[in-house]
Design a protein around this ligand. Structure first.
Ligand SMILES: C[S@@+](CC[C@H](N)C(=O)[O-])C[C@H]1O[C@@H](n2cnc3c(N)ncnc32)[C@H](O)[C@@H]1O
Length: 196
């Protein structure tokens, strides 16, 4: 079910992909279809104890869905003033302000230490630019789910094809922030493999 007051978004898929292919410098606003957003949160096994951060939260659908359907806390970070204002107003109208917060600003400057799940519908280059910020702040065990665009250099834990309401295919990528010791062991194993 879509959220009342928000566009369905699924019909925008083809136009969005075209827009994405032409916007290598910035990330344009393109909503994730509701069915895909729901599957993203399921894929990350979101539970009431989680805190979901959607970086570049657009109309706010992912934080709102996370709170409404998965019972968790959620934070959206959005640079566009109108999208930020509209999503904040919607959270208030839906009486979700206790559990959903929208922050206006850049995700590069947002403190994400409280996130246990991060959702990203951004371009690969932007995911790449964000990866050090995420890796330095996310707690061990935090999951990161991306739509269509992977995080370059990160080890994909799981990947799945999902469909939107309009039967358009999307790829979801799941990553998990490892504990430091596990990350070091994985790096050592990678090095051994490379050296033979
Ligand atoms: C493709 S849309 C995704 C919207 C939403 N996450 C969803 O999946 O429906 C990307 C969003 O990121 C926002 N954005 C781009 N650069 C940003 C930045 N540096 N900081 C915060 N938001 C940003 C855009 O304004 C846009 O709303």
């Amino acid at each position: 079910m879509p959220i009342p007051g928000l566009r369905r978004g699924a019909s925008l898929a083809a136009r969005c992909r075209d827009l994405f292919s032409r916007s290598p410098k910035g990330v344009p606003y393109c909503p994730t279809p509701f069915a895909v957003a729901r599957q993203m949160l399921e894929f990350a096994s979101v539970a009431p104890a989680d805190t979901v951060y959607d970086l570049g939260s657009g109309d706010g659908r992912i934080p709102i869905l996370a709170a409404q359907e998965f019972g968790c806390r959620a934070v959206g970070v959005e640079i566009n003033g109108k999208l930020w204002r509209d999503s904040s107003d919607l959270a208030k109208r839906l009486r979700l302000e206790e559990r959903v917060e929208f922050r206006r600003g850049s995700f590069f400057e947002t403190d994400v230490r409280a996130a246990t799940v991060v959702t990203l519908y951004l371009l690969t280059a932007t995911n790449g630019a964000l990866q050090f910020h995420l890796a330095s702040q996310l707690p061990p065990g935090a999951r990161v789910v991306t739509v269509d665009y992977p995080v370059p250099g990160w080890r994909v834990e799981q990947q799945v094809e999902v469909k939107s309401e309009n039967n358009v295919s999307y790829t979801l990528f799941l990553y998990r922030r490892q504990a430091v010791a596990a990350a070091e062991a994985a790096t050592a194993a990678d090095l051994r493999e490379v050296r033979g």
